[in-house]
Design a protein around this ligand. Structure first.
Ligand code: ZN
Length: 287
């Protein structure tokens, strides 16, 4: 699996905010300590490519720092960082178009951002931008959202799009309160607080079945580690080793190339090893 990361994504911060640079730094430190992983570079997304998903109004609000959202801080230069993050997602998707699995280790996350709105620490929707980029050359993409929150932004962008299915497993009634039922091409698996991997796995098997039936050219995975037992924002009960089994299950059950995009996960002590477990599990099955 090819990894995409740029050091400047660690530059911005909002004091006291859970979406800290330490999260991503912990993942990178762990990968560097455990093995000699090379990180691929990438460029920021262009203005015109942002318009494939977002309204010009939202793009301008972020560019000109003219927005207010308590969760999604108005940080100087956040437009540049959000464009870089989306660029990483697109670079990973391009690798998948070349039939090679890839993972974008990026921040800010994206799955709560919709065409017209930002929110939930997300400015632009990295996954949606990557999927739209893929759909210029291929026909079908499945999105599997394994962050512990529902990806309301991604769902709203792709609902009723015949070329995409959106599947999410998330904690019921947690932020943002959406994803309570399935409709059209959107498949939602809300699970109760306290869910561990043994129960989660039942939903994951169903999700994999949906992907296999849809038979996409490419699979995009929104990967979050806020399903970890130590996560401060949600109440899942995953242990580090569960991410190893989760990755093995997915990698062994589907055959299409996959790109993975980092979304949430806010326990700085756990996220490094949790990601490393996922990465190791994936590499057990596919390169
Ligand atoms: Zn999340």
């Amino acid at each position: 699996m090819e990894l995409f990361f740029r050091k400047d994504l660690l530059e911005y911060r909002e004091p006291g905010h859970p979406e800290s640079p330490q999260r991503l730094a912990a993942i990178i430190d762990f990968l560097e300590k455990k093995s000699s992983n090379r990180f691929n570079d990438f460029e920021a997304i262009s203005d015109s490519e942002l318009q494939n998903v977002h309204s010009q109004r939202l793009i301008n609000l972020v560019k000109e720092n003219k927005f207010f959202d308590p969760d999604t801080p108005n940080i100087p230069d956040i437009y540049r960082y959000a464009c870089l993050s989306a660029g990483g997602a697109i670079a990973a998707a391009c690798k998948a178009l070349d039939k090679c699995d890839a993972c974008a280790l990026i921040r800010p996350p994206g799955h709560h951002a919709g065409r017209e709105f930002l929110g939930g620490f997300c400015y632009f929707n990295n996954m949606a931008l990557a999927v739209r980029h893929c759909l210029k050359t291929i026909k079908k993409v499945a999105v599997l959202d394994l962050d512990g929150h529902h990806g309301n932004g991604t769902e709203s962008i792709f609902k009723d799009d015949d070329n995409v299915i959106y599947i999410s497993i998330h904690q019921a009634w947690a932020y943002p309160g959406t994803g309570t039922s399935s409709f059209s091409n959107c498949y939602n698996f809300p699970v109760p607080a306290g869910t561990g991997f043994s129960d989660y796995k039942i939903c994951l098997v169903e999700a994999i079945g949906l992907i296999r039936r849809f038979s996409p050219d490419i699979l995009g995975i929104s990967l979050g580690f806020d399903t970890h037992i130590n996560d401060p924002l949600l109440e899942f009960c995953f242990q580090d080793s569960d991410y190893y089994h989760m990755a093995k299950m997915i990698a062994s059950s589907v055959s299409m190339p996959a790109f993975i995009i980092l979304e949430g996960g806010y326990d700085v002590q756990s996220i490094g090893n949790a990601f490393y477990c996922f990465f190791s599990g994936w590499k057990q099955i596919r390169k």
